[in-house]
Design a protein around this ligand. Structure first.
Ligand SMILES: Nc1ncnc2c1ncn2[C@@H]1O[C@H](COP(=O)(O)OP(=O)(O)OP(=O)(O)O)[C@@H](O)[C@H]1O
Ligand SMILES: [Mg+2]
Length: 234
């Protein structure tokens, strides 16, 4: 199936269900179809399934709430990282579910996503949106305070080629962090650039996407892996 066909299948399904966003597995398949690496994950419906999924994926893992009513999972106790045993994985399922229900009592919980933990990376974000004047725009920055407080980001209008993507990475003020410091190895900038180029393609080839947010993309010494994504459709 072509990447566009992959999109249209998920888009059709979302429309039938009246959804304005893609489900976790829909986002992951679409990103993979565009050559964007995503962390391996399994949806667990109960604590036992979470334990089995964790063993299958290999430790450590991360668990995250899956609910159409929760936008920011960590804000409501919906994310637990560094789970190192099957027993811990089972307990985390119940812990996450009850924390989320305490924060949002009416939340519909579809399960918990058990995901491979990606260690030793720097958190970056890659986003796509549509500007009424310029059309599809891609944004890049470092995760956390760098984007949220310092607004240290770079933009380009898609399509974006490899050279332009590398420029976007160099352009942010916090770029030196990606060159490695104090024992932290340098990030693989080619891998990051490839994610940026692909997000540009995704926005151009699928005009039904209103915005897309990969937050974070873990920039590793070799490779770059998306661990959280949100795709909104118009
Ligand atoms: N697979 C993973 N490997 C390593 N760290 C992870 C993984 N998944 C999540 N994290 C860590 O947990 C944080 C929160 O996870 P995630 O982004 O999935 O939840 P979120 O609440 O939706 O965040 P936001 O609302 O900021 O997008 C990440 O920024 C990252 O620091
Ligand atoms: Mg996130």
């Amino acid at each position: 199936m072509s990447a566009r066909d992959q999109f249209l299948k998920a888009f059709g399904e979302a429309q039938r269900e009246g959804r304005k966003h893609f489900l976790e597995e829909e986002s992951d398949s679409l990103l993979l179809a565009y050559g964007i690496p995503v962390a391996a994950s399994v949806l667990a419906k109960n604590a036992d399934e979470a334990g089995m999924a964790a063993s299958k994926l290999g430790f450590p893992v991360v668990e995250k709430i899956v609910s159409p009513d929760i936008l920011h999972k960590s804000d409501v106790g919906g994310v637990k990282i560094n789970i190192t045993s099957e027993e811990e994985a089972r307990a985390a399922f119940d812990q996450i579910s009850s924390q989320v229900l305490r924060a949002v009592s009416k939340a519909r919980i579809q399960g918990v996503l058990v995901q491979k933990m990606i260690k030793g990376g720097t958190e970056t974000i890659v986003g796509g949106s549509r500007d009424p004047q310029f059309g599809p725009v891609v944004v890049f920055g470092l995760g956390g305070i760098f984007v949220e407080i310092l607004k240290d980001v770079s933009f380009r209008v898609a399509p974006i080629d490899r050279e332009e993507a590398l420029d976007m990475i160099k352009e942010i003020r916090s770029a030196p962090i990606l060159n490695g410091f104090r024992g932290t190895p340098a990030a693989d900038k080619e891998a990051l650039a490839s994610v940026i180029v692909s997000v540009g393609r995704l926005m151009i080839e699928n005009p039904e996407i209103s915005s897309l947010d990969l937050n974070p993309v873990m920039a590793l010494p070799s490779g770059a892996v998306t661990v959280d994504s949100r795709i909104l459709i118009g």
